[in-house]
Design a protein around this ligand. Structure first.
Ligand code: PEP
Ligand code: MN
Length: 339
């Protein structure tokens, strides 16, 4: 971190700031020019917030040289991380498709969709039991009962399950869930991030609706800081001024995350556009950009879905999209994970 001081700063206050940095265990490169004094801080500056340094009146500017995230940073962990869940590998070219309805609605529905997505080649069943809805009057999910139905679908098909948690109070209910999803709206729910950090479950962390890359990776850093290193990142589109699509898939996030971090990246083309006619083209883009998998909403009868029907593929459509994904992912050198 580089700290530029204001001209003609009082030496006593400069010394006090220097001492503050030394007390933090940092080494200081002190450069005093004719007009400008600069400190180069060397050491672990992850605990130092630029804004706190700016609180000193004598500081003109602060520039971070290294990223504030450490454990998820590729600089300190050059190899791709591979997460192993239920016999599937995720990351480093191992490609997984997680598919299923936005919400679990009934046993017949979830079992039927589970069987269909398994047959088409998906390696995980996704389905929401606890749903974060904008309106309190919308369907909120079957909650604990929905989790039971997902586990029943898992028992009948053998597909491992991915489902969203909305409160740390529910963690016990997720004991047999294979991957816990932390949704976009909770990406900066720091209590939940800390609790998930203390658990040993793989976490699918979705990017917040308007989260910067740094905020996204800092959320992953929270989970690592608690001791849980099983984190999969999910790009699901960000808010922009466009109204024809629900969100805007930030495809550049995929190579950017790969450059900055060693964690696997999954793309969710369903929530990214909010339209089923864009799931296939966005899936192709995700594969080409280097994604390690896809999260796709599939419903047996999208017109009657209790949540996100407009973006859900029906089963014949998913079969066709899945065949295309398999071809393209294999062509791009990925290894499709078996069921
Ligand atoms: C979901 O996966 O159903 C969901 C609610 O996603 P997001 O958190 O990305 O909106
Ligand atoms: Mn949904």
């Amino acid at each position: 971190m580089i700290v530029v001081l204001k001209q003609n700063s009082d030496q006593e206050r400069v010394d006090r700031l220097l001492q503050h940095f030394k007390d933090m265990g940092l080494t200081i490169h002190y450069s005093k020019g004719e007009n400008t004094t600069i400190f180069g801080l060397i050491g672990d500056t992850t605990r130092l917030d630029e804004r706190d340094v700016l609180a000193y009146d004598i500081v003109e500017r602060v520039q971070r040289v290294t990223e504030p995230f450490k454990s998820v940073n590729r600089k300190f962990h050059p190899q791709d991380t591979i997460i192993s869940v239920a016999g599937r590998k995720i990351g480093a070219g191992y490609f997984n498709v997680m598919a299923g309805p936005c919400s679990v609605e009934s046993e017949e529905q979830i079992v039927m969709v589970a069987e269909a997505v398994k047959k088409a080649g998906a390696s995980f069943l996704r389905g929401g039991a606890f749903k974060p809805r904008t309106s309190p009057y919308s369907f909120q999910g079957l909650e604990a009962e929905g989790l039971k139905l997902l586990l029943e679908a898992k028992r009948q098909t053998g597909l491992p399950i991915v489902t969203e948690i909305m409160s740390e109070k529910h963690l016990d209910l997720f004991a047999d869930v294979d991957i816990i999803q932390l949704g976009a709206r909770n990406m900066q729910n720091f209590m939940l991030l800390k609790e998930l950090g203390r658990s040993n479950k793989p976490i699918l962390l979705k990017r917040g609706l308007s989260a910067t890359m740094e905020e996204f990776l800092m959320a992953a850093e929270y989970i690592f800081a608690g001791g849980n290193t099983n984190v999969i990142l999910c790009e699901r589109g960000i808010r922009t001024f466009e109204t024809m699509i629900r969100n805007n898939l930030d495809i550049s996030a995929v190579p950017l995350i790969k450059m900055l971090s060693h964690l696997p990246v999954i793309v969710d083309p369903s929530h990214a556009a909010g339209r089923r006619d864009m799931v296939q083209p966005l899936s192709r883009a995700a594969i080409a950009a280097g994604a390690d998998g896809l999260l796709i909403e599939v419903h047996n009868d999208p017109r009657c879905a209790l949540c996100d029907g407009a973006q859900s593929l029906d089963i014949p459509c998913f079969d066709a999209v899945m065949a295309d994904i398999e071809r393209r992912a294999t062509f791009e050198g990925r290894e499709m994970m078996p069921q």
